[in-house]
Design a protein around this ligand. Structure first.
Ligand SMILES: NCc1[nH]cc(CCC(=O)O)c1CC(=O)O
Length: 322
């Protein structure tokens, strides 16, 4: 039963989306004392069997929720921040970026193996991922050890992807640790991949809580879920992505994390662009004062983008296939 004043939270139907939305709904209930009702929205991305790149990237998951917000069918929506296109939508506002989960990628491999053990396996390793960013960095990592792995494009929900390892079709798959964690399945990871080796997608592990910009009451309530440090970090990462003019399926990794010296002193932003075969990578980092404003976070991202472009990053971003 929901009360007539229940807030409507629009969500995709996938297990991951439902888990994420459920967590945010609980926080909003606690803050407002109001009931929050989950409203399932089916997106084209959920029903299409085509590859994501052919239907315009993960943005397809987002646009159906945004349309429902703009039509007033739902009051707010929760997205995986890494799935959001870098352009700000008309009429909507990013009301909160809650505290980020572990941003790293996780390996789920047969027999409890790590990536290095798989790469060294004499029969060769087939590793499933549909992400050019993961392919580029996994292949570069194997090359750095004088080894090769075969990256196999896959898609589908978390269950489907883990299923390829359980069935023996693949030796391993790579997934975001945050998604596994939200589904209560992080224990299945056989390795949490260091960002020194594979940088996550910009915004990975963070959620985006979005609502109509003109709903001042709701905007101020949802703002209580915001974590300013997470927001600054993902703003810098996404500014880097936008400045590299990369599409959402391009092989760009980025992570802004705190430089801790007793307390947080600075923000370090790392970025990577590469060819999916891992033969060339441009990987750079900069450190600056923790941004005190959106403009400062954006400036940090743009500064690193300029340095990466000067090192030839643009030439590595032609590949768009999954
Ligand atoms: N690509 C789809 C997607 N979007 C967000 C997550 C995981 C959760 C997150 O990064 O916040 C995933 C799954 C994955 O990459 O393994």
């Amino acid at each position: 039963m929901t009360s007539p004043t229940a807030l409507k939270l629009g969500t995709r139907r996938s297990a991951l989306a439902m888990a994420q939305s459920g967590m945010v709904a609980e926080q909003v209930r606690r803050i407002t004392g109001r009931d929050v009702e989950l409203v399932e929205i089916t997106t084209y991305g959920d029903v299409s069997r085509e590859h994501l790149a052919q239907i315009g990237g993960t943005g397809v998951f987002v646009s159906a929720l945004r349309d429902a917000l703009l039509r007033g069918e739902i009051d707010f929506a929760v997205h995986s921040l890494k799935d959001l296109p870098t352009a700000d939508p008309e009429g909507l506002t990013l009301a909160a970026v809650p505290l980020r989960e572990d941003p790293r990628d996780a390996l789920i491999a047969r027999d409890g193996l790590t990536f290095e053990q798989l790469a060294a396996s004499p029969r060769g390793a087939r590793i499933g991922t549909g992400s050019p960013r993961r392919m580029a960095q996994l292949n570069a990592w194997a090359r750095s050890m004088g080894l090769r792995v075969e990256t196999v494009p896959i898609r589908g929900n978390v269950d489907t992807r883990i299923g390829y390892v359980a069935s023996g079709d693949l030796d391993a798959v790579v997934l975001a640790a945050a998604g596994l964690s939200r589904l209560g399945r992080l224990a299945e990871a056989t390795e949490l991949i260091s960002p020194d080796i594979v940088l996550p997608a910009p915004g990975q592990g963070a959620l985006a809580v979005e609502c109509p910009a003109d709903d001042a009451g709701l905007v101020s309530v949802l703002a209580e879920l915001d974590d300013p440090f997470t927001r600054a970090a993902v703003t810098a990462e996404r500014a880097l992505l936008a400045a590299l003019e990369a599409g959402c399926s391009a092989p760009v990794g980025a992570l802004a994390d705190p430089v801790v010296d007793g307390h947080i002193t600075e923000l370090r932003l790392r970025g990577v662009v590469g060819t999916t075969d891992g033969s060339s990578l441009v990987q750079m980092s900069i450190t600056g004062p923790t941004p005190a404003s959106r403009d400062e976070a954006v400036a940090l991202g743009h500064e690193l983008a300029d340095e990466m472009l000067a090192k030839g990053a643009a030439g590595l971003m032609g590949e768009r296939e999954l």
